[in-house]
Design a protein. Sequence first.
Length: 269
Amino acid sequence: MSDDKITLAAGDAEVTLVPGNGGRVGGLLVDGRELLRQGPKFGCFPMVPWCGRIRDGKFRDGGLVRQMPLNAAPNAIHGTARDGAWSVARVDDAEAVLTYDLVEPWPHPGRVTQVVALTPDSLTLTMAVETYGSSFPAQIGWHPWFNRNLGGPGEGEDVRLSFLPAWQEERGDDHLPTGRRIEPRPGPWDDCFGMPDGVDVTLTWPGQLELTVASREQWVVVYDEQEAAVCVEPQTGPPDGLNSQPRLVTPIEPLEATTTWSWRRPEAV
């Protein structure tokens, strides 16, 4: 794993990328405040070619059943790309393009391209998966770890989450969706929600910053069971989605997704 980092800057915002550590966003500074939990496993990592857990690590691939390593036994979790080193295709002052070639244990050759674009008031992450051969099911998502508290004078208040999902995926004891949709329930959460008009979740650190996570995708996992951070994960399907909501990558149609995080300063909140 390479510790080489890329820094992008725009206005009072600065983002650090760590291509050698899973193509992740290692940090996001806004007005000098670090929004992402620090550490080699945190920041914000891409989930690809699947998101969340695959039950027993098995998924249907045409007429075959594929087996992925059980890295969250008894399940497989969060794809393979976060464990690999990504290549840097291009870097400008406020934009970078990273690529990752899918390799074993993923059974299909393909390429993932991630574009990271920073403005003074937003960060946009765009990802695409293309195949070098036959079609295959895949998912795209992002797993940011937002600091629960930004610190500062008086240590500040903990972040508050605001969103209006149309439904919640009922979660079984194995933390995987049962297939039933239920009325959204209060947290704490390690749950998947449906937002058919697109993901729209607001995180507010009172008196400090308001940040909105948006995406055209209709699935978001919210995880707030840890003391240090909360996660808001837009993705192209629910956990175990390679089995329940498969999206195909074909030779003529890649799978693409985008999420934009936009923020407002206290004087604008």
